[in-house]
Ligand binder design. Structure first.
Ligand code: NAD
Length: 370
């Protein structure tokens, strides 16, 4: 097959430190597994601002649009706190999401058995947890117009946000959720607030119709989003794939994240529509965490979220399912061996740094590949 074009955007803070561990793994893929990844690299966030005066250059934006997938580290830090709003580091990520039309955000919540005791919930509630939240990312109340604060003239103001969803937006995110469910536990739970929101009524209708028309082999349940939040902390293992809108997805995915322990463990993917000719989707993979300026440069950042983002990239952009499974098994195996970065360290386990963690995961991956 033609080479697999992957753009690396390490960004700021611990982004480059975590990305260095991913680069080692890809070098092994190319040298020993013949996987033929063609790597390119660009600047985003504060590092792009320092070089070009904006959060991502047109050249790097062009590279992102031409790549098969983008791996993104993290952006931001105190150094850029006072730069103009439209060139702030986060603007680079927002531009990537907008120009690549990434409407589906995938946030897995996986609880590795070795870390079950560090969750705020009881180990039996979270051990072995493997759920996926599919959040609509480009519509809903974060973008709907009117969006404004108006002066009512009587010393009162009115803040207005507008929740809007059209049929096509709900159909396409539901389609992503059903397709992903087929490759997992074959079950989708759709969450909205149809009891109080018209957009919730339409969401429910369209998900139901999409299911009936194209995905009736997948089990579909509906749940009110507030009840869904409660069920997520009561018995999260009842879920497989959850599909929900932008606002509820923002909150529910953060709730699900905390079931699994540290921010340093959480990967994510954002996908666009399939290309009409090739069927390939534009895609960006990134850890959920930020640039962690408090630990940047100390060699102690946890690279697992970044490495798990690579595993998602192998799975969803390159259909390298066996390699993705093996990389996730390597992460799990290293944790089983008691190796921990500082953020997930507990008494009785061995504290190691970023590079050692990357090396240990690569070593485990090699052993599993032998
Ligand atoms: P953060 O995620 O960077 O850090 C929160 C806490 O978690 C810190 O104590 C940090 O040390 C710890 N942490 C995060 N990732 C870790 C890892 N891999 N290993 C070990 N510990 C880890 O969030 P913040 O402190 O609110 O934000 C810092 C900067 O990152 C800000 O400039 C913010 O705007 C930016 N940010 C960027 C993104 C992104 O690039 N997608 C996301 C969130 C925040």
């Amino acid at each position: 097959m033609a080479s697999r074009k992957l753009l690396l955007l390490p960004g700021d803070g611990i982004g480059p430190e975590a990305m260095a561990e991913v680069r080692k793994i890809i070098a092994y893929f190319n040298a020993d597994l013949g996987l033929d990844f063609e790597l390119d690299e660009g600047l985003v966030g504060g590092s792009a601002y320092d070089a070009h005066g904006k959060a991502i250059s047109e050249e790097d934006m062009g590279k992102a649009l031409a790549a098969d997938a983008v791996l993104f580290g993290a952006v931001g830090g105190p150094k850029w706190d006072s730069v103009a709003y439209d060139v702030r580091p986060e603007a680079g990520l927002l531009r990537l999401r907008k120009d690549m039309a990434l409407f589906a955000n995938l946030r897995p919540a996986i609880c590795y058995p070795a870390l079950a005791a560090s969750s705020s919930l009881k180990p039996e509630v979270v051990e072995g947890l493997d759920i996926l939240i599919v959040r609509e990312l480009t519509g809903g109340v974060y973008f709907g117009e009117p969006k404004e604060i108006i002066d009512l003239g009587n010393s009162q103001k009115r803040g207005i946000d507008t929740q809007i969803y059209d049929t096509f937006e709900i159909e396409r995110i539901a389609g992503v959720a059903f397709e992903l469910a087929r490759a997992r536990g074959n079950k989708v739970t759709s969450m909205e607030k149809r009891n109080v929101m018209k957009s919730g009524v339409l969401w429910n209708e369209v998900v139901t119709a999409t299911h009936k028309a194209r995905y009736s082999d997948v089990q579909l349940d509906h749940m009110l989003a507030d009840a869904g939040g409660m069920q997520l902390v009561r018995w999260p293992k009842q879920f497989d794939v959850i599909v929900t809108d932008n606002l509820f997805g923002d909150m529910l995915s953060d709730v699900a994240a905390m079931l699994t322990g540290s921010l340093g463990m959480l990967p994510s993917a954002s996908l666009g529509a399939p290309d009409a000719k090739t069927g390939a989707r534009k895609a960006l993979y990134e850890p959920v965490h930020g640039s962690a300026p408090d630990i940047s440069g100390k060699g102690i950042a946890n690279p697992i979220a970044m490495i798990a983002s690579l595993a998602m990239c192998l799975r969803y952009s390159f259909n390298l399912i066996a390699e993705a499974d093996r990389l996730e098994a390597a992460i799990s195996g290293v944790l089983d061996d008691g190796l921990r970065t500082a953020d997930i360290w507990s008494q009785g386990s061995t504290k190691i740094g970023t590079t050692e963690m990357g090396d240990a995961i690569l070593g485990k991956f090699k052993a599993l590949s032998a």
